[in-house]
Design a protein around this ligand. Structure first.
Ligand code: ZN
Ligand code: ZN
Length: 475
């Protein structure tokens, strides 16, 4: 039945695709160095998705006895299609919609048994001669990194919920259908919000998170879609070494349990030949200290700067130990936190580190041939990389409304909409921990000023944005 399906359908489709040039086989690798080129030809997203699904079938069959049922494939396809049709609206609604169209999820987990032999990279216009690449996806204020080695994929974080379609589209464009390691570094919304969307078009082999439970909608959505694939979150085992193609992924942290989510970030080091990459999540000084005292190898060619360039991360000592040649900062342009901070940029400049920023240069891709790295950015910038953005003090009301749809003001930009403060707001939310409180709650006093979000509006709006009510003041 499978081979008949192959003969009657897949092979003709393959031939057709080869003729029209929308699929490339391993042998016919392109020299292109841009990882962003959408598939050529007039095919629509849906058509491309279809051909992707189908062309993977022949090889999966050869490599595995697992019976990938047509039913599971088509339900996966339905998920994808219904998502891409409505990309602009909230991903969560789409996800819910998508659930309804899916019929048989039971067989999905089996499909990713084949993930290790998944021929995905051969289908995308990637520079095959360089076996290793890391994409720092521009998800605005958030983090999302995609590591690809010899066709195997690790996704570290997925940006915020509002950027779900960015990650979803990026994976699609790059023909990623299976993820060997799916990493939620910590449950903050700007890291895991988009992960539920990433699960719509990919099969995951192993999923890691520093916590198995967390009280937020984005976390629940992520867990829900993992479950649909028959996957559970795993706690990372510090010291574990995992193979990603010919690269080695080492889990370095979290080693201790700190109060702040950021300090419990999963920290990962990837070694490819003589080049190495350190992914630090949102680790702050405390976690950096514990990494330093662990004795683990931290030296890395490329450092993903922790916490979007916050001044509470990337200490001088830590930077000295890692000794990177290149640093990547993932943050949103005109973010209200003032990320990246001047102090971190100064520390990097003083050490002569080459810095790349998603807020100025968009998506950033680092290629490695095992000896040296090359960096490509989606766009060039005229701005001074080592100059921190001015704090958004003069945010106009219009701007702040398009950004948040509700009246909210960060402490740092309070002079722009100065009428909202501790005394007249309905709730105070912590943009770091994603908890929200009544203004009089004791926890508010312990909050860092820059993490405070004075919020006027309905509590449900905060919950929809991923915030969790405080258990003490019960707002
Ligand atoms: Zn965080
Ligand atoms: Zn973050």
């Amino acid at each position: 039945m499978r081979s008949r399906f192959l003969k009657l359908f897949v092979i003709p489709v393959l031939i057709l695709c080869l003729l029209t040039g929308c699929v490339e086989l391993e042998g016919s690798t392109t020299e292109s160095t841009g990882g962003f080129t959408p598939p050529s030809g007039k095919a629509t997203t849906e058509e491309v998705a279809e051909s992707t699904e189908e062309t993977t079938l022949p090889e999966t069959e050869i490599e595995s006895e697992t019976d990938v049922t047509e039913e599971s494939d088509s339900s996966k396809l339905e998920l994808s299609v219904s998502l891409s049709e409505t990309e602009d609206t909230s991903m969560e609604t789409e996800a819910a919609e998508a659930t309804e169209t899916s019929q048989s999820e039971e067989t999905l987990p089996e499909t990713e048994n084949t993930s290790e032999t998944e021929p995905e990279p051969s289908e995308s216009p990637r520079p095959e001669k360089q076996g290793f690449e890391v994409h720092f996806i521009d998800v605005g204020q958030g983090d999302s990194s995609l590591v690809i080695c010899d066709g195997e994929v690790m996704l570290i974080d997925g940006g915020s919920t509002s950027k779900s379609s960015v990650v979803y589209t990026y994976l699609k464009k790059n023909h990623i259908t299976s993820i060997k390691y799916f990493v939620a570094t910590h449950p903050d919304e700007d890291h895991i919000g988009g992960l539920a969307a990433a699960l719509q078009s990919t099969c995951v082999d192993r999923a890691f998170s520093p916590v198995l439970e967390y009280d937020s909608d984005p976390f629940a959505a992520m867990v829900k879609y993992l479950k649909k694939q028959g996957k559970e979150l795993e706690l990372p085992e510090v010291g574990a070494e995992l193979a990603l193609g010919s690269a080695t992924v080492t889990i370095l942290a979290p080693m201790e349990s700190f109060e702040e989510n950021n300090n419990n970030s999963i920290v990962i080091r990837v070694q490819y030949g003589n080049t190495s990459f350190l992914f630090t999540g949102d680790a702050e000084y405390e976690e950096e200290e514990s990494l330093l005292s662990s004795g683990a190898t931290l030296e890395s060619t490329v450092l993903k700067i922790a916490h979007h360039g916050s001044e509470y991360s990337t200490s001088k000592k830590f930077l000295k130990k890692v000794n990177p040649s290149v640093a990547i900062i993932s943050c949103g342009s005109e973010n209200t936190y003032g990320f990246p901070t001047q102090s971190v940029l100064d520390r990097l400049q003083n050490r002569g580190v080459d810095v790349y920023r998603t807020d100025l240069q968009g998506d950033i891709v680092v290629y490695s041939d095992g000896e040296s790295i090359t960096v490509e950015t989606a766009k060039e910038t005229e701005e001074d990389i080592f100059l921190a953005p001015a704090l958004i003090v003069e945010t106009t009301e219009e701007e702040s409304e398009t950004e948040s749809t509700t009246t909210a003001s960060n402490d740092s930009d309070s002079s722009g909409s100065g009428e909202i403060n501790e005394d007249n707001c309905d709730y105070i939310a912590n943009t770091n921990t994603y908890k929200f409180h009544r203004p009089y709650c004791k926890s508010v006093k312990q909050m860092k000023e820059k993490n405070k979000l004075y919020f006027v509006g309905d509590r449900q709006d905060l919950i929809d944005r991923g915030y969790v009510p405080c258990k003490n003041c019960d707002p």
